[in-house]
Design a protein around this ligand. Structure first.
Ligand code: LLP
Length: 434
């Protein structure tokens, strides 16, 4: 159910809009987002949560992709927002996002960032470390306010795609380590501070996860300990936030679970272990990023030059690459795509898609079968909605693509294409020195 079709001209359409028209109208590279699909993904999580006996929150992890228009649009949806910097927080406030529904993450929040979060009275801060406790204490006293917090716990479970590993001690820069007693110490420290209301615990075990076992293991570990923390320190666990990480399909090789399967497994596990440990059923919060916007995003490029090395490979270059999508170069991430202006043509061949940056590693897709590409063809690359635009750079002084939203046959320019003139606004001429 991804709202993609091929029209009578053999062109790829997304949510009723021809991608070939979009490429003409906005030029390339351009990132398009299917808003209907984003809405469907949020609903998939939320609908499954409806059977839960306590409250739930789905917070979109906005690091995956943020924009003013997206935040304004999400503000009207039944969803919370996870921000990880003063920048994301600023944009959320600018977009008029309900403060109560903003959660603030990060392993090195600055005093200024915390000050904004506290004076704006956002929903909660996910406290990561002891230094942060000291800063929050100082700020709630200074402004004579209270703030809800969760403790970020490093539970000793790491998950990625099909593997999860359970280690006594998780070697991570994030959070309070469970095994070595840091969580106990943090709870003891926070509980007496009047302005800090410890409402729950948070853990995030990884990203692009295709299994539920990692989440179940964390829930088991945390709820077991929650009982001791209640009895020893009077800490009542109201909220259990199990983070994000739910996997998506980039290529045919990926076989993600339906999103509701994660929600259902998480609910069942929380019910089971709350009961076993004689705890009140906590609220469940999740923080999906990739699974909400990843598959909704498609990048359109124009095909340019080609180089054939006989019996070895045909390189086909596009007008973007690692500057707008660093994931293949950084993580060896795999993508799939089609030629949007001739989807079903049958003269197929195997090619490799090269980016335009001056770097051999700038290869977007190795070995993809496409109808014989010629200059001017439009390549649509799928599932680029998460950590694509968000991680884009200006390497080689390339400029960031435009971002276009699609809904029911309409298109909207959410972010203009960047220009080198935009860069110049930040630059000073040395002629003005001295
Ligand atoms: N919550 C926390 C605390 C996180 O650290 C993350 C992601 C999320 C939620 C959202 O995870 P998601 O549902 O998107 O998997 N740049 C990498 C991914 C980095 C993820 C960082 N944390 C990539 O492109 O694969």
């Amino acid at each position: 159910k991804n709202n993609m079709h091929v029209d009578e001209l053999n062109h790829l359409t997304i949510n009723g809009v021809s991608t070939v028209d979009i490429a003409k109208k906005y030029s390339t590279p351009v990132n398009v987002y299917d808003l209907t699909l984003i809405k469907d993904k949020i609903s998939a999580f939320k609908d499954a949560f409806r059977t839960y006996e306590s409250k739930t929150q789905v917070a979109y992890a906005s690091k995956a992709f943020s924009s003013l228009a997206l935040f304004e649009w999400l503000a009207k949806e039944d969803v919370s927002l996870d921000v990880v910097s003063g920048g994301e927080l600023f944009l959320a406030l600018k977009a008029g996002f309900d403060r109560e529904r903003i959660h603030f993450h990060g392993n090195n929040k600055s005093l200024e960032e915390l000050e904004t979060a506290i004076t704006e009275q956002i929903g909660c801060i996910v406290v990561d470390n002891f230094h942060e406790i000291t800063m929050i204490e100082h700020l709630v006293n200074k402004y004579n306010v209270t703030i809800d917090v969760l403790l970020r716990v490093t539970p000793g479970v790491l998950a990625h795609t099909h593997e999860y590993i359970s280690t006594g001690q998780a070697d991570s820069k994030f959070g309070f380590d469970l095994a070595s007693g840091q969580v106990d110490k943090a709870i003891r420290e926070i509980q007496p501070i009047e302005g800090i209301k410890l409402i729950g615990l948070h853990s995030h075990i990884g990203s692009q996860i295709f299994e539920v076992e990692g989440y179940e293991l964390v829930i088991e570990k945390l709820l077991k300990r929650a009982r001791d923390w209640r009895d020893s320190y009077g800490f009542d666990l109201q909220v259990l936030n199990v983070g994000g990480g739910f996997g998506i399909r980039y290529t045919e090789e990926d076989t993600p679970l339906p999103l509701e399967d994660y929600t259902i497994a998480i609910m069942q596990s929380v019910r089971k272990h709350s009961k076993q440990n004689n705890l009140k059923l906590p609220e469940i919060w999740i923080e999906p990023g990739r699974s909400i916007v990843g598959e909704a995003g498609t990048t359109l490029y124009t095909i340019g030059s080609q180089k054939t090395i006989p019996d070895i490979r045909k390189y086909v270059s596009i007008d973007g690459g690692m500057a707008d999508n660093i994931r293949p170069a950084l993580y060896q991430a795999k993508y799939s795509g089609v030629l949007a202006n001739k989807v079903h043509d049958t003269n197929e061949e195997k090619v490799s898609i090269a980016g335009k940056a001056c770097e051999s590693g700038d290869m977007l897709i190795w070995d993809i079968t496409l109808p014989e590409p010629v200059p001017g063809d439009i390549l649509a690359v799928f599932s680029t909605g998460a950590y694509g635009y968000a991680m884009a750079s200006n390497y080689n002084r390339l400029t960031k693509p435009a971002v276009v939203f699609l809904e029911n046959g309409n298109d909207f320019l959410a972010i203009k294409r960047e220009t080198v003139e935009d860069h110049l606004k930040l630059e000073n001429s040395i002629k003005n020195w001295k």
